[in-house]
Design a protein around this ligand. Structure first.
Ligand code: ZN
Length: 180
């Protein structure tokens, strides 16, 4: 039997859903966390027409190490080194203080691989779309505005990667008066 090229993708959906099963997003309606990685992969496949399997797999898995007990080794064993490496590139080091982590995201964006940059662009697009609708619980208005300013700094260092995603992000930044 020839290997089914879609099987790896389905295993990622299942793996991520299992890992994030007890987590909820921070919006007041508390949607299941897994909606976010599924959105990120769907943005890449549907809106940006990305058909690179590793990129879509990494998109589905991109928050598993940062936000659950998943290890990079586990991802490498289940999905291979290439996918694990992309996830590694888009994962913040949670042992660092929050401000430093945010600064590092800006710096790391510049030197990331193209595949990691694609995941990052779609990740930011989904996060900003959510933020445009409603702030996470406990966030004052100002924190929301600061997030847009920070996200633009990250995106500025990801530019030249994908025209569709970048123009959709720019539309949001323009709406926020962060772009002329
Ligand atoms: Zn994310």
């Amino acid at each position: 039997m020839t290997p089914n090229p879609l099987a790896d993708l389905m295993r990622c959906v299942q793996f991520a859903a299992h890992k994030h099963k007890d987590q909820r997003r921070k919006e007041p309606s508390k949607p299941p966390f897994i909606n976010h990685p599924i959105n990120v992969a769907t943005i890449l496949a549907v809106e940006a027409n990305i058909d690179d399997k590793e990129v879509l797999q990494a998109a589905l898995l991109h928050d598993t190490v940062e936000d659950t007990d998943t290890t990079f080794e586990e991802i490498e064993t289940a999905f291979g080194k290439n996918v694990a490496d992309i996830v590694r590139e888009v994962t913040d080091d949670k042992s660092l203080p929050k401000l430093e982590r945010k600064q590092l995201q800006i710096e790391h964006a510049k030197t990331s691989s193209t595949k990691a940059k694609l995941v990052k662009l779609a990740d930011k697009l989904d996060n900003l779309r959510d933020l445009q609708i409603v702030l996470p619980e406990g966030w004052p208005q100002e924190r929301g505005e600061e997030f847009f300013v920070w996200a633009k700094k990250v995106v500025d260092n990801l530019r030249g990667t994908n025209e569709i995603l970048e123009s959709k992000l720019d539309e949001i930044f323009r709406h926020k008066n962060l772009l002329q």
